[in-house]
Design a protein around this ligand. Structure first.
Ligand code: ZN
Length: 247
């Protein structure tokens, strides 16, 4: 095993919180308690963080808005531009087939200072798939990200589930993603309940360290985002990339 990374008080607290959240996942706790950096991993493991992350530090005024990257490319561009108007940075977990259809969006996302990650190749129920098929879903998207941007990205989010099984978590790690990115606030924007409902759901649950699940491709999200960003600004919560949230 490689060297054990240094921990600080915050990291220890985070790991403790993460362990509690992932207690039902029956995943190996050794890697959680004593994280190591894998020299072969494309993305470096973050010190003392669990394999599956639902939120960042609760003691700093920062949040991460994370988007399912699929659907109408025009709404994606509108949402990115809107976020940038407010000085916000977001995280896009892109579906591989969406990148095939709109390859220019990969660069657009990175050029805006946002994070770009992996949301599987076809957005199927990855937790229900065979090991071979699930691995292909992860590596298929990773290959596209690498081809388009030179990197597989840091973050992986499983498709059609907020939480990955231990098998999918292991497959993600083998593909080069040390951490699976879940979330603690679900906007439910994909159910099209109306923009006010989306904004209210997010703003009633978001707090320091929150990771919010949002989607490209829905009109409600476009209308809700400025409301959310204005209120975050009023509360002094900065919308940062997932990488920054956990750094
Ligand atoms: Zn999704």
């Amino acid at each position: 095993m490689g060297r054990v990374t240094a921990t600080d008080r915050r990291a220890v607290l985070l790991a403790t919180a993460g362990l509690a959240l992932t207690a039902g996942c029956a995943s190996s706790s050794g890697a959680v308690a004593h994280p190591v950096r894998s020299p072969s991993a494309a993305a470096p493991a973050l010190p003392a963080l669990p394999a599956q992350l639902t939120h960042g530090p609760r003691d700093r005024p920062r949040v991460a808005l994370t988007f399912h990257g699929a659907g109408d490319p025009a709404t994606a561009r509108t949402l990115l531009t809107e976020a940038e108007k407010y000085g916000a940075r977001v995280t896009v977990l892109a579906v591989g087939t969406w990148l095939d259809a709109h390859p220019d969006l990969a660069r657009r996302i990175l050029d805006g200072g946002h994070d770009l990650g992996n949301h599987t190749l076809r957005h199927l129920d990855i937790n229900a798939m065979s090991e071979t098929d699930a691995a292909a879903e992860i590596t298929g998207c990773a290959e596209r990200l690498k081809r388009l941007t030179g990197s597989i990205g840091t973050w992986f989010r499983p498709s059609r589930t907020p939480v990955a099984t231990p098998l999918v978590t292991r497959l993600a790690q083998e593909a080069g993603y040390p951490h699976v990115l879940s979330y603690d606030v679900d906007s439910l924007d994909f159910t099209s309940p109306g923009a006010p409902v989306v904004a209210r759901k997010v703003l009633s649950e978001i707090r320091e360290g929150s990771v919010v699940s949002l989607h490209f491709g829905y009109a409600d999200t476009i209308a809700a985002l400025p409301v959310v960003l204005e209120e975050l600004d009023r509360r002094g919560l900065a919308a940062v990339t997932t990488t920054e949230l956990f750094s």
